[in-house]
Design a protein around this ligand. Structure first.
Ligand code: AKG
Ligand code: FE2
Length: 318
């Protein structure tokens, strides 16, 4: 296996080693994904979304004190939820989520054609204002007390989606155990991830590393890799946090995605946002056809998956 140092070395988004690195290590750091004009636009949209959240005008948020959904009400925030929501009024996010480079990398990592991409979550992770905060070590859709066999079964299924963090400011909040997307926890790793409390020092987790992203870099990762997040009020954070699925996964990703409450995506207003960004993209590209209708195809794939799910999906943690 490649060294951890090698695993954490950024590669260009067109580099052929992208997929093998992602598959071996469970994550890959990518540079060159955001064009300069898009970075400025995303920074502006993020600043507006953060301001709305901190003022108490945006209630879909991650509050300090809640590690996982459902997030309880609160007054200090570590995330802005559902940034593509039409009521937030920031179309830059939907434009980025459906952009050529991002879609190409997601499609490559999933090994699928573009028409199979399923729209999922898009949130923004931010610095809390007045409290440091951390998540415990976890896998997003496997419970902490899962047996070895349950963990093995869950990991074997978890190949139909990819998650990413794109740092708009330098970001060192994420920690991962490279390669742990394929193997159940060792006894030592289990001991460090079984309690509901966050660790005092994330690096006490055996074989863990801290992931540092420079401005504009993205880490794509398997969200069932063993990972944790530690947040400080001392340094600005504005990190785009999103995932996308492959429709061949059927309902395997339903709980992971639908637990966040996606009903707002059904309305005409959101479809209108997707059409607007589609037109903007067509006006900017010469081919006019690349990516046409892409956002709506992705959305329709999600809505179709959701229709097939009956009953309450519950929550991945707790
Ligand atoms: O803050 C991060 O980068 C990770 C967040 C996370 O692991 C989660 O929300 O489940
Ligand atoms: Fe997580």
């Amino acid at each position: 296996m490649a060294s951890y140092q090698d695993a954490a070395t950024p590669v260009h988004y067109t580099d052929p080693s992208l997929k093998p690195k992602y598959e071996t290590n469970g994550f890959v750091i990518v540079r060159g994904l955001i064009e300069d004009a898009d970075l400025a636009e995303l920074l502006k949209a993020s600043a507006d979304a953060i301001a709305q959240t901190r003022k108490g005008d945006w209630h879909r948020c991650r509050t300090v004190g809640s590690q996982f959904p459902p997030y309880k009400p609160g007054t200090d925030f570590w995330g802005v939820q559902h940034v593509m929501h039409p009521d937030l009024g920031q179309t830059a996010f939907a434009k980025w989520y459906t952009s050529d480079r991002l879609v190409e990398v997601a499609r490559t990592l999933l090994g699928c054609t573009e028409d199979r991409l399923q729209m999922e979550l898009f949130n923004l992770l931010i610095d809390p204002q007045s409290h440091d905060f951390a998540l415990r070590w976890h896998r997003d859709d496997v419970k902490a007390d899962a047996t070895r066999e349950q963990e093995e079964a869950a990991l074997a299924l978890w190949t139909h989606g990819v998650q990413w963090n794109t740092a708009l400011h330098e970001d060192s909040c994420l920690y991962v155990v490279p390669g742990s997307h394929k193997t159940p926890r060792t006894d030592g790793q289990r001991a460090c991830s079984i309690k509901p409390e966050a660790p005092e020092n994330p690096l006490d987790m055996p074989e863990s590393i801290q992931v540092t992203l420079k401005e504009g870099e993205t880490v794509f990762y398997n969200s069932n890799i063993l990972h944790c997040g530690a947040y400080t009020a001392q340094k600005p954070r504005a990190t785009l946090h999103a995932c996308v699925g492959d429709t061949v996964g059927g309902s395997t990703r339903a709980r992971n995605v639908l637990q966040h409450g996606m009903e707002w995506m059904e309305g005409d207003a959101f479809r209108g946002v997707l059409r607007d960004v589609d037109e903007q993209r067509a006006a900017q590209t010469q081919t006019q056809t690349q990516g046409k209708g892409r956002g709506e195809v992705m959305l329709n794939n999600l809505l179709q998956m959701r229709q097939g799910v009956t009953g309450d999906v519950g929550y991945s943690q707790g």
